[in-house]
Ligand binder design. Sequence first.
Ligand SMILES: NC(=O)c1ccc[n+]([C@@H]2O[C@H](COP(=O)([O-])OP(=O)(O)OC[C@H]3O[C@@H](n4cnc5c(N)ncnc54)[C@H](OP(=O)(O)O)[C@@H]3O)[C@@H](O)[C@H]2O)c1
Length: 396
Amino acid sequence: MKRIAILGSTGSIGRSTLCVVESFPDRFQVVTLAAGRNLDLAFEQAKRWRPRVISVAAESHANNLRVRLNDSGITDIEITHGATGTVRVATHPEADFVVSAIVGVAGLEATYEAVRAGKSVGLANKECLVAAGELITAEARRQGKPLLPIDSEHNAVHQCLRGGKMNEVRRIWLTASGGPFLNTPKSKFADITVEQALNHPTWKMGNRITIDSATLMNKGFEVIEACRLFNLPPEQAAVIVHPQSTVHSLVEYVDGSILAQLSVTDMRLPILYALTYPDRIPSDLNFSLSDLRHLDFCPPDMEKFPCLRLAYEAAAAGGGKTVALNAADEVAVSAFLDGNIRFMDIPVLIEEVVSETSAGKMESIKEVLRVDQQARASARERVARLAGVPVAARQN
Ligand SMILES: NC(=O)c1ccc[n+]([C@@H]2O[C@H](COP(=O)([O-])OP(=O)(O)OC[C@H]3O[C@@H](n4cnc5c(N)ncnc54)[C@H](OP(=O)(O)O)[C@@H]3O)[C@@H](O)[C@H]2O)c1
């Protein structure tokens, strides 16, 4: 029986993880859960899964949840909150495996502490690796524990790497659906609405990652994530647009062989892979090869999607640059979702914040969080300035 902690249990990945646990009750048991502000779902999950500990975003949420659980006659669950609560969930002595699926840098400290506590970690939260990948992977190596990617592309690469040795890899190919604006001319980018940007063609995900997919920053983050997870320089992490999202990624070996991983577009599969690694177990997540008609591939347009270029540049510079890239993106995406900036302001704002941040090596999580806060403050100032300027007066 594998005993699981889920960070971000109320999110898209968290819910998919619980579906997997539900399907294999003889293999997996939930021991702790960390949610944010969705108290109705946190309450339902606490009732259904009866974890030892559940954490929510703030003290007021914890008090509310306690009352609701008490009223239902449930008094044996420890209810905690905030960053300390999330760390408690991630490092609980009974947990063997931690699924890291809190969105953004809010999940960083708990993920790092889970690794430090010697847990095996399934990583969905890509922002952790973008901001603090060097520290997290170094700690996992020290602990001799795996970091298993749940992000579908890295999960695919992880699977394909089992077909050869690292020194035989020429490059990895991360596939990108291209997002909803693959065929939209750049001249129309000024008119992109939040609703259009949230309409991802192949995946249903949380709002942040959906907007990041529309700008291709998500792919940029994945390049950085891949470099850190698989210890590769950015030149060996290529991106290729593949609108069908059927091939989840590929590994090209020095002899010219290319191994690809194909499967349904369902996050339960990479989650199941991570939870059962190094074994594979039968599932009903079948992919019908006979239904396959087209597999199209084309290079990404870095001019139309400058976020991808910014991510490659930050990946090459490393240190503070990738921290700032993530922080500025988080602020910019949230400002776009709130209607305060336009879609095409997102890369401009990020580039400005990253360029003023030093590339210095991050020596600790504390330092990462300090640089993150600075970059966020700078990004917020820029948002405030942009939000105060009438749209017609902005530069296109
Ligand atoms: N969805 C996908 O298919 C997919 C694929 C690959 C990678 N990822 C990555 O996986 C991560 C999660 O993505 P998602 O799509 O599942 O996001 P999501 O649906 O937005 O869920 C985010 C989760 O984080 C929780 N959360 C947010 N702020 C928190 C805080 N301060 N403290 C504690 N919990 C907090 C949310 O809680 P509440 O909802 O309760 O507020 C929710 O449980 C992201 O890093 C994303 O890039 C996702």
